[in-house]
Design a protein around this ligand. Structure first.
Ligand SMILES: [Zn+2]
Length: 324
C-alpha cells in the first residue's frame, strides 16, 4: 500500500482519483485543469486519526462528543458531517473564498472557526456550497473609507461575487459582538444572493421595475425595497431597506447564532446585541436612544426600553475582553 497518492501522469478536467491511506483515510481527488492540481473533494476521516494529529483538524478535534449528523466547517474548506461509524466525512465547500487578509487575522479566524460549529450559521454558508451555487462569497479584511465606522461592509454582487470586508479597526470588541456582525453581514449577503439569482445576471439591476418583478418570489424583500428605497409613501424612514427588513424579521436568527456561538449570556444581553446595527443610521442619542435616521422597528420600541437596551449593550462591551 502506498503512503501517499500516486496520481496518473495524464489527466483531464474533472478526472477523479481515489486513495485510501494506511490509517483508513479515504480521499477523493478531482483534477482541476485550471490550476493543474488534484483538489480534494471528499474525505472520510476516522476519529482515531483526528485524535492522533488534533492540530491538523482544529475544529473537528474541538468537538469532544459529536452527535451523528453534526456538521463542522473545518479550516481546510471542507464541510464535515459526523457519521454513525465514528468517522467524519468532508465535502468541499469551494464557493467561500477566504482571503489571506482574513485567514491571517487571529481574531476573525477564531470567530469564523467557532461559528463553523453553529448550525444556523452553517445553513447560511451552505448556500455557497458546491455545484449548484450561482454566487461566490468572499471574506476579507480592510477599511472602506466610505464606511470607516462600520464593523464590516457587504458589497452588492459584482460578477456574481459577494464580498464581506471586515474593518480591522473595529475588532476591539468582544468576540460575541464580532459573531453578531458576522451573521448580520451574512444576512445582507443572503438578501443580495436571492436578488441576484432572481435577476439571472451577474449584477442586481437596481430599478423599481426589477423590484416590482420579484414581488411574487421574494415578497418580503420586495416589500422593504419598495417602502424604503423607492420611497413609496408608507411613512417609513429613509434608512437602508435591508436593515428595516432585518430589524423586523431577522433578530431571532441573529439571536440563535449568538447563542450557538456563546451560550453563557443572559436573555437581555442577546436581545440588546440583536438590535445592534439595526437601530438606524448614525449614533443613538443617549437620552432618546434614537439615531438621526432610526429604523421603523427601533423607533417603535418605547423610549425607556431603548435606553435600557443601549445600557445593557454598553455594559456588555465594557465588561468583556475584546477580541483583539
Ligand atoms: Zn448592515
Amino acid at each position: 500500500m502506498n503512503e501517499t497518492p500516486v496520481f496518473p501522469n495524464f489527466a483531464s478536467a474533472d478526472n477523479v482519483f481515489d486513495f485510501t491511506d494506511r490509517d483508513g483515510v479515504f480521499t477523493r481527488f478531482k483534477f482541476n485543469a485550471t490550476t493543474n492540481n488534484w483538489d480534494i473533494v471528499f474525505i472520510s476521516l476516522p476519529v482515531l486519526v483526528i485524535n492522533k494529529v488534533p492540530e491538523a483538524y482544529a475544529r473537528l478535534s474541538a468537538v469532544e462528543y459529536p452527535r451523528v449528523g453534526e456538521k463542522v466547517l473545518e479550516w481546510d474548506g471542507l464541510l464535515y458531517t459526523f457519521e454513525a461509524n465514528n468517522s467524519w466525512t468532508g465535502v468541499l465547500l469551494d464557493k467561500v473564498i477566504v482571503d489571506s487578509s482574513f485567514e491571517n487575522n487571529p481574531c476573525l479566524k477564531g470567530v469564523y472557526d467557532k461559528l463553523g460549529g453553529a448550525p444556523t450559521f452553517q445553513n447560511y454558508l451552505k448556500e455557497y456550497d458546491g455545484d449548484f451555487s450561482l454566487v461566490d462569497l468572499k471574506l476579507s479584511v480592510g477599511v472602506d473609507t466610505q464606511y470607516s465606522l462600520a464593523g464590516a461592509v457587504t458589497y452588492k454582487p459584482i460578477n456574481s461575487l459577494i464580498e464581506i470586508k471586515f474593518n480591522p479597526n473595529k475588532l476591539n470588541t468582544p468576540p460575541l459582538n464580532i459573531a453578531r456582525t458576522f451573521i448580520h453581514e451574512m444576512i445582507h449577503a443572503e438578501t443580495y444572493r436571492k436578488l441576484l439569482i432572481l435577476s439571472g445576471k451577474g449584477e442586481i439591476p437596481w430599478s423599481s421595475a426589477f423590484i416590482e418583478s420579484i414581488k411574487n418570489n421574494e415578497k418580503e424583500i420586495a416589500h422593504y425595497y419598495m417602502m424604503y428605497r423607492y420611497e413609496i409613501p408608507l411613512g417609513g424612514s429613509p434608512s437602508e431597506p435591508q436593515h428595516e427588513y432585518m430589524a423586523q424579521l431577522s433578530r431571532n436568527i441573529i439571536t440563535d447564532v449568538m447563542k450557538q456561538f456563546d451560550s453563557s449570556q443572559s436573555v437581555d444581553v442577546y436581545n440588546a446585541l440583536a438590535w445592534i446595527g439595526l437601530m438606524g443610521e448614525g449614533e443613538p442619542n443617549p437620552l432618546t436612544g434614537l439615531p438621526p435616521q432610526p429604523t421603523a422597528a427601533w423607533a417603535a420600541i418605547p423610549q425607556v426600553e431603548r435606553v435600557k437596551i443601549l445600557k445593557i449593550y454598553f455594559d456588555f462591551i465594557e465588561n468583556n475582553t475584546p477580541c483583539q
